[in-house]
Design a binder for this molecule. Sequence first.
Ligand SMILES: Nc1ncnc2c1ncn2[C@@H]1O[C@H](COP(=O)(O)OP(=O)(O)OP(=O)(O)O)[C@@H](O)[C@H]1O
Ligand SMILES: [Mg+2]
Length: 232
Amino acid sequence: MPTILHIQDLKKTYDSGDRHLTVLQGINFSLQAGDVCSIVGPSGSGKTTLLGLCAGLDRASSGSVILNGIKLDSLSEDERAQVRNKYVGFIFQNFQLIPTLTALENVMVPMELRGERNVQQQAMELLARVGLAERHDHYPTQLSGGEQQRVSLARAFSNKPTILFADEPTGNLDEETGDRVEKLLFDLNHEAGTTLVLVTHDLDLAAKTDRIIRIKGGTVVSDQVTSIVNDE
Ligand SMILES: Nc1ncnc2c1ncn2[C@@H]1O[C@H](COP(=O)(O)OP(=O)(O)OP(=O)(O)O)[C@@H](O)[C@H]1O
Ligand SMILES: [Mg+2]
């Protein structure tokens, strides 16, 4: 399997005024195509920061991110946006749907950016897949949290990403809705054969992935194949 993501000595420092906060202290790992992996760790340990860097949403202070053979570190903002649109899906903890667009239009955006055809039909099919066909003309404020997260799932899969990042995809949902979103995420991922990296506080969810990377204080403290973790 080809390497889809290679992270090398990744460091991130946030500067505000004369204060420097080093959040990632040198992270290393690689993922092969089709891997399903979770990142766990205490609040503030740098998980969201790491995910954002891996997905090209932000730039590291040093070290490198190679995504699908493309070195993101030296790219401009626009170039990174192009790489994201071509290869990356992202599910945000707080959904981040565009408030002025309907559910259907939100799902259509990534496909329109790629200049695809039959965008509306494909978006409707995805909405149907997440059980929201009849809600296609609702705006985000007219949807429940679980429904918004399902729209964001449909949007994340709409550009057929090579790699999908999900930051606490079930974190803001009640248990039953969370279970439903979790199942949809794994089902859609399985069907598409996407590489999946998810951040979660839910160790039961993490245990369903093939590999768990634990970070603490901005460093990787363990990196285990799940079958080994489960055997312990
Ligand atoms: N833009 C920013 N400017 C300054 N500090 C930031 C910024 N973003 C995050 N931080 C700090 O970096 C640290 C790591 O934040 P991050 O969001 O990556 O943690 P996390 O592991 O995702 O936590 P949680 O589990 O609570 O979501 C925190 O101490 C946070 O305050
Ligand atoms: Mg976070």
